[in-house]
Design a protein around this ligand. Structure first.
Ligand SMILES: Nc1ncnc2c1ncn2[C@@H]1O[C@H](COP(=O)(O)OP(=O)(O)OP(=O)(O)O)[C@@H](O)[C@H]1O
Length: 364
């Protein structure tokens, strides 16, 4: 079961040619620079663009083919736009009910109270949209989309019009949504930090073409793609929380059988509920925050040293830097170090080294 599609868009200034089979679970990010065709593709999936030659099926149901086109209002989708489009003359409760009452009771997959609680909307129900902040309004828009009991949620840069503070406020709700609802989400974004926090799978669009697609972890470390080559290159790894109090304000993760200590502060601030013991935690490690050593150094202030194997060295990034691809159990880690250091360490593929970690960001 999946979301399979093929679309061609021929506009005077822009062509899109896409053929994709996407997972029908988790969060898939449509990522690419402005004008690459993300919104156009999302609109094709929604049925907002009806173009000849396209095809689309979701979990075995045909939504578009040569002789069939299911109109947008008959597709079980929720659509969240860049700007919250709430009815100004209705209260938040009435806005939420607008989508909810269109769905027959027997077909409802999520309850009104459940959505209100999921998005913490209790305090806003009697207010009007202009009495809420941009981030709060966007939470209501997401709630309204969920109350139509969609089987697929389409989100078009839902945080694009928000300031940094509102983004930080809404991100935990998006994370909660992805964790608690068994609802596949297609999420358009051009912000890599957002994608790293939320997505499992990524489609990279460039000038209307699919440049790459795959699990996010793999795409971030692919040396042919811009992520790994940039100064912001980062690896995304999955670890387990095994100790909520490892002393001195630290918590312990297990990453591929090796310990990784993080600050306990990562476990709760900015989250709606703290990470619990045994939970899988996504950690991001910037390539420039990884120091390599051939021996385990003594008397050093860094706490985390992971035994890894060198897979390959990318030497053509720029004049002075090398990207070292490392294998950590089943997962990939990258280190961005100077060419001079790589030479002094005589790094070779297959060699075991220690990766000393200067900083870890915890996603969920
Ligand atoms: N209705 C339209 N008619 C003609 N051209 C359009 C239309 N909508 C979008 N375009 C053009 O199609 C191209 C792709 O636009 P699209 O909105 O899909 O890109 P995007 O990747 O979502 O960009 P952004 O991140 O800026 O939203 C752009 O060159 C845009 O100018």
């Amino acid at each position: 079961m999946s979301l399979a599609m093929s679309f061609q868009v021929n506009r005077a200034e822009f062509q899109l040619q896409v053929s994709l089979e996407l997972p029908d679970q988790g969060v898939t990010a449509l990522f690419g620079r402005s004008g690459s065709g993300k919104t156009t593709l999302l609109r094709c999936i929604a049925g907002l663009e009806q173009l000849p030659g396209g095809s689309l099926s979701f979990q075995g149901q045909v939504w578009q083919s040569a002789d069939e086109f299911v109109p947008v209002h008959l597709r079980p989708i929720g659509y969240v736009f860049q700007e919250a489009s709430l009815f100004p003359h209705l209260t938040i409760e009435q806005n939420l009910h607008y989508g909810f009452k269109r769905i027959r009771a027997a077909e409802r997959r999520i309850g009104f109270d459940e959505v209100v609680e999921l998005l913490s909307l209790q305090d806003y129900l009697t207010r009007y949209p202009d009495q809420l902040s941009g981030g709060q309004r966007q939470r209501v828009s997401i709630g309204r989309a969920l109350l139509t009991s969609p089987r697929l949620l389409l989100m078009d840069e839902p945080m694009a019009s928000l300031d940094a503070t509102s983004k930080q406020e809404i991100l935990p709700y998006l994370e909660r949504l992805t964790e608690e609802l068994q609802l596949p989400i297609i999420y358009v974004s051009h912000a890599v930090d957002e994608v790293m926090r939320l997505a499992d799978y990524m489609v990279l669009l460039d000038q209307g073409q699919v440049q790459a697609q795959g699990p996010l972890q793999a795409l971030l470390t692919d040396h042919q793609l811009p992520f790994a080559r940039s100064e912001q290159a980062a690896s995304l790894l999955k670890a387990q929380l095994v100790d909520t109090d490892a002393g001195d304000g630290l918590a312990g993760l297990q990453l591929e059988q090796q310990p990784l200590l993080i600050s306990q502060t990562h476990l709760s601030p900015g989250r709606l509920s703290p990470i619990t013991l045994g939970a899988t935690v996504k950690v991001t490690i910037m390539a420039r925050d990884v120091v390599l050593a051939r021996q385990l150094p003594e008397a050093i202030s860094l706490l985390n040293a992971l035994l890894v194997r060198v897979v390959a060295l990318d030497t053509d990034l720029d004049k002075s830097q090398v990207l070292v691809h490392l294998q950590l159990g089943e997962q990939a880690l990258m280190a961005r170090i100077s060419k001079r250091s790589a030479g002094l360490l005589q790094l070779q593929p297959g060699q075991q080294v220690y990766a000393l970690i200067k900083g870890v960001a915890v996603n969920s």
